[in-house]
Design a protein around this ligand. Structure first.
Ligand code: PMP
Length: 456
């Protein structure tokens, strides 16, 4: 809602008097002032000073169909009039939950036919933790408790989500990770590959899973969880050898595979799911974000037939959320999926706009500050370096990334910095002309960052 008549500074002042922001230094933000986004259309955001900004991150990797789709507004409005809320506990269901569950079974891999609804990606991963342990307990193997994850993974911000994640700054706060979760090396060649080729490094990183399973004992390990492409960790596209080797290792053991599709799901890679892109056969698949293109909060864990049959036979599963299968959010998700299907948005991302984005993005590799570009479909990253050969950074603090990100925002582009890795994940509906604009702006901001370091 627009608070007309108030200046940006006045709104910022009110904001900081009463609002604590997620993943922010709230003290520093008070000095700087939060940017205020007031409206959006297509791939563009509009702020309280009237600036138009190209949203290279689709919000937080979620607005896959772009902003301003009236059909989703109408779906929410219609459902709110009919039944704004009811729960799915206590032997109850409702039409949007029934229809969305059926639709998700249709679009996800063939062996996945049940969904456990949540309100977010983090809630999905809390559900994962409890469901995999419940699964093994129901199968009379209660010792299979440990979940293996990866350093620098992101699986959410709740206690289980942050513990499953491998973010050190998150673990430092609140005594995480909780017991029963361990982390192995990530397949991040640019940062950790040393002298190995990407292919050799991919194999090595995958073999860390085998080593960890042998160290812990197969009888103790419940599951391995991973994002197909690490998102918040810096769009880490694993070397081509990584996933085939992980698959080979998991085939040897009776361990569940959890593929976190919160970012990759609903078209980000040019396929419906990252699992389709890499040919993975997950036992559980947490999903959120693109499910409703972020228009309303909703998520769900897709459950394979193998796990669902055990959960169904296992008596009460004492877990759930007030908003599991929220009818209005479910109606909006259904409409969103209908648009993705009817307008062939994912197909176009695979065959037209995705390849064009990757081609244009790869041109940035010629920039003196860029050590590597990488990407898949509609997600990409570049590494800022002060030495392309040695793959070293300007400093340890990720200052270059932050500087580049701030230049981007001032020049009408949202491009996110993860340390010195710059990442993009635009709405899937971005046009060729808008991709040109994105790359031109990114280039300009890299130039500005270089000038800054020259005068350093
Ligand atoms: N898993 C992944 C892979 C994510 O990227 C995120 C959020 N960025 C989450 C889980 C957590 O989702 P949420 O913020 O909706 O809780």
């Amino acid at each position: 809602m627009q608070q007309s008549g108030q200046s940006t500074a006045q709104k910022q002042e009110k904001n900081h008097s009463h609002h604590l922001h997620p993943f922010s230094d709230n003290g520093a933000l008070k000095e700087e002032g939060a940017r205020i986004i007031e409206s959006a259309q297509g791939v563009y955001l509009y702020d309280s000073d009237g600036n138009q900004i190209l949203d290279g991150m689709a919000g937080l990797w979620c607005v896959n169909i772009g902003y301003g789709r009236q059909e989703l507004v109408e779906a929410a409005c219609h459902q709110m009039k009919e039944l704004p809320y009811y729960n799915t506990f206590f032997k109850t269901t409702h039409n949007p939950a029934i229809q969305l569950a059926e639709k998700l079974a249709e679009i996800t891999p063939e062996h996945m036919n049940h969904v456990f609804f949540t309100g977010s990606g983090s809630e999905c991963n809390d559900t994962v933790l409890r469901m995999v342990r419940h699964y093994w307990a129901t199968k009379d193997q209660p010792a299979k408790q440990v979940i293996i994850s990866r350093e620098n993974a992101y699986h959410g911000s709740t206690v289980a989500g942050a513990s499953l994640g491998g973010m050190k700054p998150m673990h430092k706060q609140g005594g995480l990770p909780i017991p029963g979760i361990v982390h192995i090396q990530q397949p991040y060649w640019f940062g950790e590959g040393g002298d190995l080729s990407p292919e050799a490094f991919g194999l090595k990183a995958a073999q860390a899973l085998d080593e960890k399973i042998l160290e812990l004992g197969e009888d103790k390990v419940a599951a391995f969880i991973a994002e197909p492409i690490q998102g918040a960790g810096g769009v880490i596209v694993p070397p081509s050898t990584y996933w085939p080797e992980i698959k080979r290792i998991l085939n040897k053991y009776d361990i569940l595979l959890v593929v976190d599709e919160v970012i990759c799901g609903f078209g980000r890679t040019g396929e419906w799911f990252g699992s389709d892109y890499y040919g993975l056969k997950p036992d559980l698949m947490p999903m959120a974000k693109g499910m409703s293109s972020g228009y309303l909060p909703i998520g769900g864990v897709m459950v394979s037939d193998r796990v669902a049959s055990v959960v169904q036979a296992g008596g009460d599963f004492n877990h759930g959320f007030t908003y599991s299968g929220h009818p209005t959010a479910a109606a909006v998700a259904l409409e969103n999926i209908k648009i993705l299907q009817n307008e062939n948005i994912i197909e176009k991302a695979k065959t037209e706009t995705g390849p064009y984005l990757q081609k244009r993005w790869a041109e940035l590799a010629d920039h003196p500050l860029v050590g590597e570009t990488r990407g898949v479909g509609m997600v990409a990253a570049l590494e800022i370096t002060n030495n392309k050969e040695a793959r070293t950074r300007f400093d340890d603090e990720g200052t270059a990334g932050t500087i580049c990100r701030d230049f981007c925002f001032k020049n009408g582009l949202v491009m996110r910095a993860v340390g010195d890795t710059m990442i993009i994940s635009p709405p899937l509906i971005i046009s060729h002309a808008e991709i040109d604009e994105l790359v031109t702006k990114a280039q300009k901001c890299l130039d500005l960052t270089m000038e800054y370091f020259k005068s350093w």
